[in-house]
Design a protein around this ligand. Structure first.
Ligand SMILES: O=C(O)c1ccc[n+]([C@@H]2O[C@H](COP(=O)([O-])O)[C@@H](O)[C@H]2O)c1
Ligand SMILES: Cc1cc2nc[nH]c2cc1C
Length: 337
């Protein structure tokens, strides 16, 4: 389906009109969970995950057969300020690596049975340096949101949103600070591995951007301080909601993009779970602020959707148990405590 918006205000309305989970499917899944051959609650968070997933898919006994990993790539004018340990050319080089199957996310997608799509977003035209101008025009941010929306495969039954973009932890920190509040230093971290001087530069750059672009509107924060890959992820997360497809969020940059949606329309992330806790310092508080507990904590700070792709395995495990286990009655197991 083509994106049903061509302005930020129409995108805001699309978010506000998003559907909720199916009540009957949720209740059916809760009832089924109570009959499965295990002590009550013994599968811990897997039980909540299965019931959550069932509600969004609209069936009490769902399957996961077609996960889709979607990677958006963007370039950032703010790299001119020396905010990354790597040069911006790495973005296009890594896109080629994705296309040739050589990146971590290629292997993780394959390992967890997901198809993987890559969307380079105008890599030859970096966003404007947000210390001097808005990162994007409305037309540019809309184009990226639309590409994200249209990237979701309607046949997918689970979506992972990931990114690649040298400099994007600076953009994500600025967006997080603008939509969630706090000082620049609360949200900046080492990204690809900047040293102490680089971290100080990054914090000053974010503070400058926040001072220049003051708006209470989270979508304006995305436009002025974000990047095309953040907007792409936001568009895909919103589209997945529209099509009742659950989403696994990835690391710091993905969650900053998601926070924009949550602030623009509270509840907009109800169809999402946090795949992992990134080693990027501010990810924990970002997750706290969007009310998500990560499924995994493995010290990853790669991006590319890698932590979320690993969490596909957790969700598949939850659904395999929920939909495939025998009930006490079917197995002839006594359910008396
Ligand atoms: O996902 C994360 O939490 C994460 C944390 C640190 C770095 N990254 C990745 O590293 C790149 C951004 O780092 P930087 O230092 O260039 O801002 C970008 O391509 C991200 O995918 C990703
Ligand atoms: C090599 C490299 C791979 C990445 N994948 C995601 N972000 C990245 C940043 C770099 C520098």
């Amino acid at each position: 389906m083509q994106a049903p918006f061509s302005t930020l205000s129409a995108f805001r309305e699309t978010l506000a009109a998003a559907p909720g989970p199916d009540k009957a499917a949720t209740e059916g899944a809760q009832a089924r969970n109570g009959q499965l051959t295990k002590p009550p609650g013994a599968l811990g968070r897997l039980e909540d995950l299965a019931i959550w997933y069932a509600g969004w898919r609209g069936t009490a006994q769902p399957q996961i057969n077609a996960p889709q990993v979607i990677i958006f790539a963007g370039n950032h004018g703010v790299c001119a300020q020396g905010v990354s340990a790597f040069p911006p050319e790495v973005t296009v080089q890594m896109v080629a690596n994705f296309e040739h199957g050589g990146a971590a996310i290629n292997q993780l997608s394959k390992a967890f049975g997901a198809k993987m799509d890559v969307h380079p977003l105008r890599l030859d035209t970096p966003t404007a340096d947000f210390t001097t101008a808005p990162a994007m025009t409305e037309a540019e941010v809309i184009e990226a949101l639309q590409t994200g929306w249209n990237a979701v495969d309607l046949q997918a039954d689970l979506v992972v949103t990931g990114e690649m973009g040298i400099g994007n932890t600076t953009a994500a920190a600025a967006v997080a600070a603008a939509v969630l509040g706090g000082a620049a230093a609360d949200w900046t971290g080492r990204g690809t591995g900047v040293d102490d001087a680089g971290l100080q530069r990054k914090t000053d750059v974010v503070a400058k951007g926040l001072a220049l672009h003051q708006s209470a509107d989270p979508l304006e924060a995305l436009r002025c301080l974000g990047g095309r890959e953040l907007a792409g992820m936001a568009g895909a997360i919103a589209a997945a909601r529209h099509h009742q497809i659950p989403v696994i969020l990835d690391g710091f940059i993905c969650c900053a993009a998601a926070a924009v949606l949550e602030k623009a329309a509270p509840g907009a992330l109800d169809h999402t779970v946090a795949g992992h806790l990134s080693a990027e310092g501010a990810h924990q508080q970002l997750l706290d602020r969007i009310g998500k507990a990560p499924l995994l904590q493995l010290g990853l700070r790669l991006g590319e959707g890698s932590g979320a792709a690993l969490a596909i395995g957790v969700l598949k495990g939850a659904i395999a148990c929920h939909s495939g286990m025998a009930t006490f009655a079917e197995a002839g197991v006594s359910d008396a405590p």
